[in-house]
Design a protein around this ligand. Structure first.
Ligand code: SAM
Length: 269
């Protein structure tokens, strides 16, 4: 039987059969302190800022967006960026631990006081108030939902929290390339030079398990659902978004012609 990770613990616990862990609620147990701290320490925010470019900020500005809800705040990278760019920002996440870290990072990076709300996407309207010009769900976060029902519920909650002409910006790893064998299972993704690497440990239609390795040889795993690009686009349209545009984001990779990430921009009207 799988036991749950104690909050704040440095070790992950996927139990006896890690490949059987295909559970939406497991995300809080995967982002243990050791993993999150190491990631934040090694992936320099300024470098990440530069590598992401201004793409999504420009998309928001082009639509006259003022009020943004960051539903996957994590350690606060995108929320801080939005605040620095003058957007009124509310920072939500299902993990209290992540929000604590984001709040501290807000103070470290520019002395910002983040408005944080703990909320699971499936019950967003219950816990977050107000309506927003834009919702962002970035950093390959939507991949944590393991059932179609959860995905539909989350997208419907996002849709409901947007103003009539609001926009959802959601990104995802290019799982099509992995599932269709374009990368092979040994493809390594490097972040921040070669300091942090991510490799698929197991991939099937229902699970993409990645191994993250750090210079001190420590390793952590994330179990994610391998979202196909067109499937996500279809779900977005089915919950009511009128227009969905998808962009490829070319990051550092051995096969420069395949984007590592896709960014979906879904408009409500
Ligand atoms: N956007 C940040 C970034 O790029 O650094 C954080 C991304 S992190 C990969 C994914 C975040 O999504 C985690 O902080 C996790 O707690 C949150 N998350 C995953 N599933 C969630 C859910 N069902 N409801 C709310 N938050 C969730």
């Amino acid at each position: 039987m799988r036991s749950r990770t104690i909050k704040g613990q440095d070790q992950q616990d996927f139990g006896d059969d890690p490949l059987a862990v295909r559970d939406t609620d497991h995300y809080k147990d995967e982002y243990v302190t050791g993993f999150v701290d190491k990631w934040d320490e090694l992936i320099d925010w300024k470098k990440r800022w530069a590598s992401e470019g201004n793409f999504f900020i420009e998309q928001l500005k082009a639509r006259g967006v003022e009020k943004v809800l960051d539903v996957a705040t994590g350690t606060g990278f995108h929320s801080v960026r939005l605040i620095e760019d003058g957007f009124e920002t509310v920072s939500a996440d299902g993990s209290a631990e992540m929000l604590a870290k984001a709040f501290a990072n807000g103070q470290t990076y520019g002395g910002h006081i983040l408005r944080v709300v703990q909320a699971d996407w499936r019950y967003l309207n219950r816990d977050v108030h107000g309506s927003y010009d834009a919702i962002i769900c970035l950093g390959n976060s939507f991949t944590h939902l393991f059932s179609e029902r959860d995905r539909r519920k989350a997208l419907a909650e996002f849709y409901a929290m947007l103003k009539h002409d609001g926009v959802l910006i959601l990104d995802q790893r290019n799982y099509d390339a992995l599932l269709d064998g374009q990368y092979g299972n040994s493809h390594t993704y490097y972040y921040c030079g070669d300091e942090v690497s991510a490799e698929p440990d197991h991939v099937d239609e229902g699970l993409a398990r990645f191994r993250y390795q750090f210079p001190d040889q420590s390793q952590y795993y994330l179990n994610m659902f391998p979202l196909r690009k067109n499937y996500v686009r279809r779900l977005m349209r089915e919950v009511g978004f009128q227009r969905v545009d998808t962009y490829g984001d070319f990051q550092e990779t051995y096969q420069a012609d395949e984007p590592d990430f896709f960014i979906h921009i879904a408009e409500k009207s």
